[in-house]
Design a protein. Structure first.
Lengths: 709, 77
């Protein structure tokens, strides 16, 4: 749910081109397994706010940050987390290409102290490529707590590079890393011994690698990759060192080497295995004796898992958790919303006085104050409080490590739709912002499954839809009386709507995988990280400033012009009626079929840039003067809606259409960037819209026939 | 030598040693990356609510793997 400029903005889908600011800057790549706290290290070093969370794949785009010591200035590049550099997923390819061809001056491999042996695999692979490696073991405090002892000196000696232990969440501990960087000296490539036939083959190729290539790339490593027939790498090498394909000697050597391997029974797959298991056993060898693990170190985690993922309690706990979050959001937001609204509409009166004092024309006052300002005030007072509560709560959940468990719980149903459990993670990101959710789909390896997740992401309501849903639910279904019962009921109803959204996601995924995106589910591995106690104070500040205000700013930027447009539409008249009236009359017949009316449909259409403004626009349009009335309480809103012919059936259809209609413009732009295809972008818009229209029509018809609602 | 069973058959809280991996394709490599190779020690730590996937402790980390992906991995309990 990383909603920042870089995740929904221009930078989100840009490639991986990083240029030094000047020659003196020392570039440092931060590599590491997923979820080892690379982004935390990055933030602590550079003072930036790359979003962090306790689940693998959090960093999907690359960030660059700067910091300097007395000795020199550093540029840090946070590359996506990978388990290996063999490049079988997009992230791995990015990581490998950057370490290999981006020629960073140093590579810091960030490791997780609690599972060092597995991390060592990546350390070794990196050391085969780069001569300037520093191993930074993070989460030392957590390892300590779990009774894991790490002999850093011994590791450093065995690896031949500097190894340092840090706790990235404590900024001070990172000074050791900086001084290690200051004193970094170029070493040698790490040599791993492979089975004899592989060594023989490597030797043959190595001799034929041109000298100028040898300067840039470890010839031994390159030879290994060449017998591995790694096509993506071959083309990359071609790009960077030129003319690999035309180098006849080298090509001959490669085929000779492959023949030798074949003769000794080392078929391509066996070579792969041999290379991988050599790395693993080396990693094991290096860690044995240097890392001491107590047998029972993860007992508490397993106990939590028992509650959160067991057959009996797994799903109920998930639902309860949602209800609780929404309950806190709904009740917590009520009072501050009222205060903000009083305050902002108080300012409006002052603004009016100011306009009159300046003798400004009436129309200018009306369109700026009654049009622009009122919509803005409404959006802020209705949106800010729930967001300021929802985002931190969600961040806490994210930091705790619960989200991967959600993906774990939901993998089976997703697999039945021929998709992948990781889609649950992207779905959760969608709660915050669908655009961020769409970017997050990069964590899914299989392109087909990634597309499924992208196309269905907008079926979970984003934060911007919550105010609409909450308002309608309170006004029409729960009643506006305050009290514990009604607030719990609203939260439960909102949860029900979300669950419906999730069910619709399953339906849409199944539909797509049976038609446009046919295929069988690919394989799936998902790491379930240790639970971590989130840092409450920091999370609060971070999520309010980084996320809530950012999203609010975007909504406000859209709300202001939308307010102006709706005011103009309502106030420019041709003949007897204003433009708004003409438009809504035009849409009305179709909207009626869906149980809505023309005004609601216009509000949705004008709300295309941001879902947050749908309700304010609708209310403004109803208010025949074309400006938003002072509607402080939900009861007043309810009265206005009923006056305009709303029934429970209208409200039900409104909820359905709000849940399922075209994604906002930002999301669609992101879909276009991520898929690179107009066709899929249109599909991403058409699919939820069609589902919404159909659902609304059925509901409306059902209500008409049965007289229900 | 003890009898080998496929990895999806081991029960929660049971430990085993990997003996043979017959899984093919990209998943084979992925499993190796996370430390699942011949002779590595694993432990099943739980199943998801619908019985699949299951969670395994591999190389100090807990990883969820589907039944279909580990049915061709043979282990010795």
């Amino acid at each position: 749910m990383g909603i920042t400029n870089s995740s929904v903005g221009k930078k989100a889908a840009s490639g991986f081109e990083i240029k030094k600011t000047d020659e003196k800057t020392f570039t440092v790549a931060l590599a590491g397994n997923p979820n080892v706290g690379k982004s935390t290290v990055f933030n602590a070093l550079t003072g930036m706010n790359q979003h962090t969370g306790n689940w693998p794949g959090k960093t999907v785009s690359n960030a660059v940050g700067y910091c300097s010591t007395k000795k020199r200035s550093y540029m840090f590049v946070d590359i996506p987390g990978t388990y290996s550099l063999m490049a079988h997923s997009a992230e791995e390819e990015i990581a490998r290409n950057y370490i290999c061809f981006g020629s960073p001056d140093a590579v810091v491999v960030v490791c997780d102290a609690t599972c060092l042996e597995r991390n060592m695999n990546l350390v070794l692979q990196t050391m085969e490529i780069s001569k300037n490696v520093i191993v930074c073991i993070n989460l030392m405090d957590e390892a300590n707590r779990k009774g894991i002892k790490i002999n850093i000196g011994m590791l450093s000696q065995r690896l031949g590079v500097s190894v340092i232990g840090v706790t990235a969440s404590k900024k001070k501990s990172l000074s050791v890393l900086l001084s290690a960087l200051d004193n970094l000296e170029s070493g040698n490539y790490y040599k791993i011994d492979y089975p004899e036939p592989v060594e023989k083959a490597v030797n043959i190729i190595e001799k034929n690698i041109p000298e100028e290539v040898k300067k840039k790339i470890n010839p031994r490593w390159m030879s290994l990759r060449l017998i591995d027939s790694d096509l993506s790498l071959e083309s990359e090498i071609d790009k960077h060192s030129g003319g690999f394909a035309e180098n006849a000697e080298l090509c001959l050597a490669v085929s000779k080497a492959k023949a030798i391997l074949d003769k000794s029974g080392f078929y391509p797959e066996k070579v792969c295995d041999a290379v991988a298991s050599s790395l693993l056993s080396k990693a094991h060898e290096i860690c044995s004796g240097a890392v001491e693990i107590k047998e029972s170190y993860s007992k508490t985690d397993r106990r939590f898992d028992k509650i959160l993922t067991s057959r009996l309690t797994g799903y109920p706990v998930m639902i309860l958790m949602l209800i609780m979050i929404f309950w806190l959001t709904v009740t917590g937001a009520n009072y501050p919303s009222q205060l903000l609204s009083d305050f902002l509409f108080g300012i409006q009166d002052k603004l009016s006085e100011l306009f009159y004092a300046l003798n400004s024309p009436q129309w200018l006052h009306d369109c700026l104050v009654l049009g622009v300002y009122r919509v803005l005030a409404w959006v802020i007072s209705v949106m800010l409080p729930p967001m300021a509560i929802f985002f931190p709560l969600f961040s806490l959940l994210e930091d705790s490590g619960y989200l991967p468990r959600v993906a774990y719980n939901l993998d089976k149903p997703f697999r039945l739709c021929n998709a992948c459990g990781k889609q649950a993670l992207t779905m959760c990101m969608g709660f915050g912002c669908n655009a961020a959710g769409v970017v997050g789909c990069r964590i899914i390896d299989s392109p087909r499954e990634r597309l499924l997740a992208i196309l269905t992401n907008s079926l979970v309501p984003c934060n911007g839809k919550f105010p609409t849903l909450i308002t309608i639910i309170t006004v029409f279904f729960i009643g506006t009386s305050s009290g514990l019962f009604s607030s719990v009921a609203s939260a439960a109803a909102l949860t029900a709507v979300i669950v419906l959204g999730v069910l619709m996601t399953f339906a849409a995924t199944k539909l797509l995988s049976e038609t446009v995106l046919k295929g069988v589910p690919s394989s799936f591995t998902l790491e379930l990280p240790p639970y971590r106690k989130p840092k409450i104070a920091e999370t609060l500040v971070r999520s309010i400033f980084d996320r809530a205000l950012f999203v609010l700013g975007r909504a406000a930027a859209v709300a202001a012009p939308a307010g102006l447009i709706i005011w103009l539409l309502a106030n420019i008249s041709t003949g007897d009626s204003n433009i708004l009236g003409i438009l809504s009359d035009f849409l009305d017949p179709f909207a009626r079929l869906m149980g809505l009316d023309g005004v609601i449909l216009i509000a949705f259409i004008l709300g295309f840039p941001a879902n947050e403004i749908v309700i304010p626009i609708m209310l403004m349009a109803y208010f025949s003067l074309g400006s938003l009335p002072d509607l402080g309480t939900s009861a007043e809103i309810g009265a206005l809606l009923i006056e305009n012919g709303w029934t429970k059936a209208t409200a039900l259809c409104m909820i359905l259409f709000s849940l399922m209609h075209w994604p906002c413009s930002t999301t669609l732009i992101t879909v276009k960037k991520e898929t690179g295809s107009i066709k899929y972008t249109l599909l991403a818009a058409a699919l939820p819209t069609l589902m919404g229209v159909i659902a609304c029509m059925i509901t409306a018809e059902f209500c008409r026939v049965t007289g229900f609602c | 030598m003890k009898k080998l069973i496929s990895m999806d058959k081991i029960k929660p809280n049971e430990k085993a040693t990997v003996r043979r991996i017959e899984t093919c394709g990209s998943i084979r490599r992925r499993l190796m990356d996370i430390g699942l190779a011949e002779n590595s020690q694993i432990e099943c730590v739980g199943r998801s609510p619908m019985g699949d996937p299951s969670a395994y402790l591999i190389c100090g980390a807990v990883v969820a793997i589907r039944k279909s992906d580990c049915s061709k991995i043979y282990v010795e309990v």
